[in-house]
Ligand binder design. Structure first.
Ligand code: NAD
Ligand code: UFG
Length: 331
């Protein structure tokens, strides 16, 4: 298949581009590099020894989107492009609503106009709100707590309505849990700008000495050791989940959790990192981070049953590959 990958220079998009190319598909990347670098595209080509068509272009700009659809015959779109920082979305809601929702609408419009019937969307576990774990796809969605989460919930509804109105349209809404790690080559990975918000990128920067010590946000949650529990998934497993979603995509809307189904606490992740990489991570326990929940992890039975996909890599692979990537970064 020839697949348009928006946001393909970003963290998850770049790993998915590699997985697509490895599976024999062709890839056209559209990315405005607002949160990534052009060299990622060269690294995708180096890893796979295959060529990628790259447009430095804005998926929220009607002229740019149509230009790309006119130039290629696509079999499907995977839409990663978007802003993703929860805190920033509270400060700049309009930027988030505009970028994340207009891009979804424009891609949907062009799919209909140019006869592209497969659409895979990057959603998030955040749409579940504060539901009971394990989270499953049939649950009624909870209230989102920030504009970022709301853009995901709204995009899911828009795509669902488009599929209802167009019986040939096939939509896969993929709800990611906590993607971590990197391609084992160390050539692509997660390289956040500034001080990382997320746990594992923070840990790797402490390991490198860029940051002094980790702050553990709360040890008084109702979890086994009191720290927050999340469902961390290796980004290559997540990437392969997209290939499975594309392969099995039929008309209508299909929703899948992409996680491992296992919860890991902050202290367990620190310990896994220390053991796998033989590096001590200094940390202190501080107060809870506003907006955090105690525990989220996925019910992953639907993806296994319908897509024949499940995560294969374990915590050890995640922390090893994350550190391998961090070490190779020239900072
Ligand atoms: P990322 O920031 O690394 O990648 C997003 C890419 O999209 C970047 O390369 C950025 O330059 C590009 N982009 C942003 N707006 C664009 C636009 N208008 N036009 C073209 N390109 C644009 O983020 P990521 O972690 O790879 O996330 C990919 C998707 O997955 C996002 O939609 C994100 O919301 C979603 N998601 C991520 C996580 C996570 O923890 N990383 C969890 C759930 C969902
Ligand atoms: N944590 C720390 N210290 C840090 C960073 C995080 O203790 O410096 C803790 C958090 O409190 C939480 C866990 O580590 O218990 C994981 O935090 P992350 O920020 O890595 O991940 P979140 O689950 O909080 O956030 C992720 C995505 C968001 C998405 C959210 C809900 O990054 O985009 O899941 O789905 F909105």
């Amino acid at each position: 298949m020839n697949i348009l990958v928006t946001g393909g220079a970003g963290y998850i998009g770049s790993h998915t581009a590699v997985a697509l190319l490895d599976a024999g598909h062709s890839v056209v990347i559209m990315d405005n590099l607002s949160n990534s670098k052009a060299e990622v595209v060269a690294n995708i080509e180096e890893i796979t020894s295959k060529q990628v068509v790259f447009y430095e272009a804005d998926a929220a700009d009607p002229v740019s989107v149509e230009r790309v659809f006119k130039a290629h015959k696509f079999d499907g779109v995977i839409h990663f492009a978007g802003y993703k920082a929860v805190g920033e979305s509270v400060e700049k809601p309009l930027d988030y609503y505009y970028n994340n929702i207009v891009s979804t609408m424009l891609l949907g419009k062009n799919c209909l106009k140019y006869g592209v019937n497969k659409f895979v969307f990057s959603s998030s576990a955040t749409v579940y709100g504060d539901n009971d774990v394990p989270l499953d796809e049939d649950m009624e969605l909870g209230k989102t707590t920030n504009p970022y989460g709301e853009t995901k919930a709204i995009s899911e509804r828009i795509l669902t309505d488009v599929a209802k109105a167009n019986p040939n349209f096939a939509v896969s809404l993929l709800r990611y849990f906590n993607p971590v790690g990197a391609h084992p080559s160390g050539l692509i990975g997660e390289d956040p700008k500034g001080i990382p918000n997320n746990l594992l990128p923070y840990i790797t920067q402490v390991a490198k000495g860029t940051l002094k010590q980790l702050k553990v946000f709360g040890d008084d949650y109702d979890t086994a050791d009191g720290t927050g529990v999340r469902d961390y998934i290796h980004v290559m497993d997540l990437a392969e989940g997209h290939i499975a979603a594309l392969d099995y995509l039929t008309a209508g809307v299909h929703i899948y959790n992409l996680g491992t189904g296992r919860g890991t606490s902050v202290l367990e992740l620190i310990q896994a990192f220390e053991e796998a990489n033989q590096i001590k991570i200094p940390y202190e326990i501080v107060g809870r981070r506003p907006g955090d929940v105690a525990a989220t992890y996925a019910d992953v039975t639907k993806a296994k049953r319908e897509l024949d996909w499940e995560a294969k890599r374990d915590l050890h692979d995640m922390v090893k590959d994350a550190w391998h990537f961090e070490k190779r970064l020239g900072k």
